[in-house]
Design a protein around this ligand. Sequence first.
Ligand SMILES: Nc1ncnc2c1ncn2[C@@H]1O[C@H](COP(=O)(O)OP(=O)(O)OP(=O)(O)O)[C@@H](O)[C@H]1O
Ligand SMILES: [Mg+2]
Length: 400
Amino acid sequence: MLSDINNMEREVIAEHVPLSASLFGKVLDFSENGLFLVDSDRKIILWNEWMVQASSLGREEVIGTAFVDVFPNLKGRRIESVINAALDTRTASLLSRSLNKAIFPLYLSEVGGEKRHLEQSVTVKPIQSNGHDYCLIQITDVTPMVQREDVLRVLAKEAGEALQVAEEASRFKSEFTSTVSHELRTPLTSIRGSLGLIVSGVMGELRPEMARLVGIAYNNTERLLFLINDILDISKIESGKMDFVMEPVDLKTLLLQSVEANQAYGEQYEVKYVLNDVDDGVTVYADTDRLMQVLNNLLSNAAKFSSKGAEVEINVIPKDAVIRVEVKDYGNGIPEKFQSRIFEKFSQADGSDTRKIGGTGLGLSISKSIIEQMGGAIGFDTVAGKGATFYIDICLFNDA
Ligand SMILES: Nc1ncnc2c1ncn2[C@@H]1O[C@H](COP(=O)(O)OP(=O)(O)OP(=O)(O)O)[C@@H](O)[C@H]1O
Ligand SMILES: [Mg+2]
């Protein structure tokens, strides 16, 4: 092999590498890149083993032959001018695969004897030695990288298509949910109105059995309306269409209204709401109706999960830039294994059909979205068997 290296090569090698020529020849042959050297006459004077394999041209065929005669198809192509530039103006170049595609007609044998086309990137470097100019060409096989890129491109395309299908399905689902819910809400509101009038007795006295049945129908209509409103809220949250009218809100007034609005509900469970000291003039920055909705859910939960005769306390605690409102009950608390799911949609500690306490498990999930979108936070503390304290941190209004 070494005999293939002519005197000129030896000269170049000897000057640049303080190793024996035979060792240097082996090193070149071990290279996992193609290497060949062209002299100022454009003749090839070095051709490593990798080049022999990839071109199927032995050294005896190429050494001393003009570069363009070895690769006649490359005459007039960019690689020829790049080699000329390296020799004439000592300019180095990199020919990337992406810009220059297949540069040399090279192939590598694969296991099984199949030949595969070689995707390559090529560096062309001018070298000077003993007053002579040479050009070193190094070829790197980038086929594995190109194959990986192809696979990634296909995967990215498939993922993009799957995402599009999922988005369309999700859009359809949320449009469907919201249309159906709206369509249901209108007639239900009218049914509830009519039943409400009958239940209140303004249409005349009802026989006790009839009054009981109409009462059941009225309560169930009410529950259905709550459910539909919750589902509409969830679909608004999921499609990012829940609007907030942020404004300064007087906290004490809002808490008093909220306690009053839930009083009758609390009485059903024989629970009393106690609003502890709240300073006058505390102003938070929130959407009044949405904040009321969150408080209603916390107050109704506290009543539902308290024992009869218990109190539910509402405390206001200032904390740096936020104000914390906590709703504390003395019920059974939240089972440990349920705690991580409590803010998920439709999650209830008791999800059985035999559940005695009403609700759909949407309240806390909606509350969390509302509070977070208003820039606040929601959380809870609980001790099994002793009760639960839910809190919301709301931003204070800063009129500075
Ligand atoms: N104060 C509490 N004490 C004990 N468990 C609670 C308390 N608050 C909530 N939970 C548990 O968390 C579940 C979810 O509450 P959430 O408010 O989301 O739904 P819900 O009250 O069941 O129904 P909805 O609020 O939609 O009418 C409840 O069903 C209950 O299991
Ligand atoms: Mg609830």
